[in-house]
Write a protein that binds this ligand. Structure first.
Ligand SMILES: [Zn+2]
Length: 510
């Protein structure tokens, strides 16, 4: 307890230092002082403060999402809502507080979550009759209600989703976006008449999650099934999307669970089937959180600052006029026309006409992850041209002013595709397939993404956890397709040397 209590202050101090440093220069940013491939963790902390994505607070592990990061979350919400809607999933909202007796109803669920639950115990100075949990996840409060709503097979499927916040009071080292005590997410909770329907939805959702990573974040990953030891407390099966980032660690990107009938039995949720028989319902829950924003930042950003794909970038284009006295008015006029034209075309564009040097403005927009910068100077103006600079590659292209509107969307699309290919490349480059425990340990030491043949026994999984800083992340689906199931192997178990059963994915993780 005492150890954890020291954390908020320390973390806060770190935030202050960053700010002090940032305030020295009026042009906000001289870039970052730490390199990504030298001190990844420090680089990430500096980056998210300087790029104005996150602010620290006096509560350790609880962060401010500044407009630049909240905007991205809104883009993701829009994309997902569009994907959920055709499935018949509807959005709703359940209370933040869960009475203790409900949280305690499903035994495994309780064991998994109670250590991290924050409790409300008093109203003013008066103790409450029953403690209220601040939701760590909403299964229990939702299912108590589902019981009232579900009577017959005609009430199924019941497909609900919430966009909300949850609190998990962990004492592990907090990392903004990645591991925080309060985070934002969507949690889907569905009820079905058959296991088959439920299972099919688990995979449909997992595929939508993968699409979200690809379409919104330009990030690739690996879909798989969690082991018994790693599955969601109370679930029959947990599927996951694992993202391997350049720090040499993997990030559990989101999860989609088959809850089976565990909660249905604990909450006594039954329906009358078509043959007038009483049956327990089959349930799923699935969640995708703001840690996913951290995944795209970690994947694509560099020593100059953040790199966002144009699809989610709060600002897609920054026009920086190169102002010289003689032609100042003329350049500004053209820059404004260009801004209006691009705005009308639906692009998120700013015109930076502040009185700073062009160089300091370039640094700032690079730091903040604006995908394209347009430079407009006297010589460009003479030729009715401008220079377009792409953030991730630094590649420059001279364009006729009249062509910018038409050309930019294609450049943006190209950038998105290139970023996605790059994230696939990171994953491929860092992957190794190991045959024995020596190589497995070596792979962990080298911070690789390890494919290891496994016998399926918990002892071998435990040995990985005990003897290395890594764990089995998941059992990857064959060809990354959930419908094909996990990947069988004929090789020997890389831990015990006995007959292998399945391929396991092993790495350090957040
Ligand atoms: Zn084994």
């Amino acid at each position: 307890m005492a150890k954890a209590e020291t954390k908020p202050g320390k973390e806060r101090e770190k935030g202050k230092e960053e700010r002090k440093e940032g305030n020295k220069e009026p042009e906000a940013a001289k870039g970052l002082s730490i390199k990504k491939d030298e001190e990844f963790g420090e680089w990430f902390s500096q980056l998210i403060i300087k790029a104005e994505l996150i602010e620290y607070t006096d509560v350790s592990g609880c962060y401010v999402f500044r407009p630049n990061s909240y905007f991205i979350w809104e883009q993701v919400q829009q994309y997902m809502n569009k994907r959920f809607q055709p499935l018949g999933v509807k959005n709703c909202y359940f209370p933040l507080f869960i009475p203790e007796h409900l949280l305690l109803k499903e035994q495994k669920h309780v064991e998994g979550f109670v250590p991290e639950v924050a409790w409300v115990t008093h109203s003013g100075k008066t103790p409450l009759k029953e403690r209220l949990a601040v939701r760590p996840t909403s299964e229990t409060i939702m299912y108590e209600t589902y019981k009232k709503w579900i009577r017959s097979h005609r009430d199924l499927p019941l497909l609900l989703n919430q966009w909300n916040n949850v609190v998990r009071w962990e004492f592990k080292n907090p990392v903004p976006f990645i591991r925080s005590r309060e985070f934002l997410w969507q949690e889907g909770h569905t009820a079905h008449a058959s296991r088959e329907d439920a299972l099919s939805e688990v995979f449909t959702i997992l595929n939508i999650y993968e699409d979200t990573y690809r379409e919104c974040y330009a990030v690739a990953g690996i879909k798989g099934q969690k082991t018994e030891a790693e599955k969601f407390p109370g679930a029959e099966m947990t599927t996951t999307f694992e993202v391997f980032v350049p720090s040499g660690k993997s990030l559990q990107g989101c999860t989609s669970h088959l809850l089976g009938q565990n909660f249905a039995k604990a909450f006594d949720i039954t329906f009358t089937d078509e043959k007038e028989q009483q049956q327990y319902i089959w349930q799923n829950s699935w969640g995708f959180s703001t840690r996913t924003i951290g995944a795209t930042i970690m994947m694509h950003s560099d020593d100059k600052g953040v790199v966002f794909t144009p699809r989610i970038a709060p600002t897609q284009v920054a026009i920086v006029p190169i102002l010289f006295e003689k032609v100042r008015d003329e350049i500004l006029k053209k820059a404004n026309e260009l801004k209006d034209e691009l705005k009308q075309a639906g692009l998120r564009v700013v015109l930076d006409d502040r009185n700073h040097t062009p160089g300091s403005k370039f640094y700032e927009w690079e730091l903040k992850g604006v995908p394209f910068r347009i430079e407009l100077g006297p010589r460009d103006l003479e030729k009715q041209e401008c220079v377009v600079v792409r953030r991730d590659t630094g590649k420059k292209e001279s364009l006729k002013l009249k062509d910018v509107k038409k050309r930019l969307p294609a450049l943006m699309e190209q950038m998105h595709q290139d970023l996605f290919a790059k994230s696939q490349e990171v994953q491929k480059k860092e992957s190794v397939h190991v045959k024995n425990f020596v190589d497995l340990k070596k792979g962990v030491e080298e911070r690789k993404l390890i494919f290891a043949d496994w016998c399926g026994h918990a002892e071998c999984e435990q040995r990985i956890t005990n003897e290395t800083p890594a764990k089995i992340l998941c059992l990857p689906f064959q060809d990354n397709d959930p419908a094909q199931g996990t990947t069988p192997t004929t090789g020997d178990c890389s831990v015990c040397g006995k007959k292998g059963l399945v391929v396991a994915l092993v790495a350090r993780s957040y």
